[in-house]
Design a protein around this ligand. Sequence first.
Ligand code: FES
Ligand code: FES
Length: 288
Amino acid sequence: MNVTFTLNGKEVTAEYEEGMSVLDVLREVCLIKSCKDGCSGQGFCGACTVLINGKAMVSCRQKPESIEGKEIVTVEGLDLVEQEILSKSLVKEGAVQCGFCSPGLLIRIKGFLDQHPTSTREQKAKAITGNLCRCTGYQRILDAMETAEENWQSKNQDISGPPRRNKFFGEQYGFEREFQPKEHGVGSSTQRYRGVDMALGKKPYIADMEVENMLHGALFLSEHPRAKVINIDISQAQTACGVVRVITAKDVPGKRVIGHIIPDWSVFVAEGELTKYVGVVLAMVVAD
Ligand code: FES
Ligand code: FES
């Protein structure tokens, strides 16, 4: 199947398979890696947010045929001034930590600022409810939105200086410490190393890397917290289209049970053993 749409200003025709989402098409066919898959297509993390005809939307919930003739913009397609303002605002305010959520958030903020040149902090908070960040805390993201807002209309890219929230984090306990940069750096707020690259999706994570003839691995997990594994039948999986290998406990040559303090965690649960929680690994499928 094919879908033709405009991606970051250029018309593209992408071939896709049944079951793929717009996110899959962008990442796997168009090799746009700034949109991340943070929740396996469940639509609640926002890491895959892109602009579809100017509106910020999660791409993992859209079917490829739904974007026929539409205009898709990812971080890579924003003009350089916008990229600078948004990424520098996030980094200046300390709103980028691991950076996984940042490109999706950046697109969400861009969509919001285009439609709301000014807004209250509450309105900003509402605008990003669909974007989860597990590391930063949302106050700093809202600070970044305020900084971006201040510079959006004027297109000012010179975003530097201390973060807005420059007090010691223990201020709710009565501690106060103003930002007082010293020559030697002690007391100053440093910016996240490669934060701008992270915000723009330019720092690849493992899942963003592509090598020639790359295969993919997927784990098959137990659905039962406590069950005896009587038999693992891999015959059908092994002959499925595109499958190269199915690995189970039988294929682990060395130590299969590991653990930091007590070795009680099986990398694969074998036939005859008990599962210990939902999510223990029964098999791994390697496929194209
Ligand atoms: S990957 Fe789309 S919302 Fe999480
Ligand atoms: S999830 Fe890590 S910075 Fe948001």
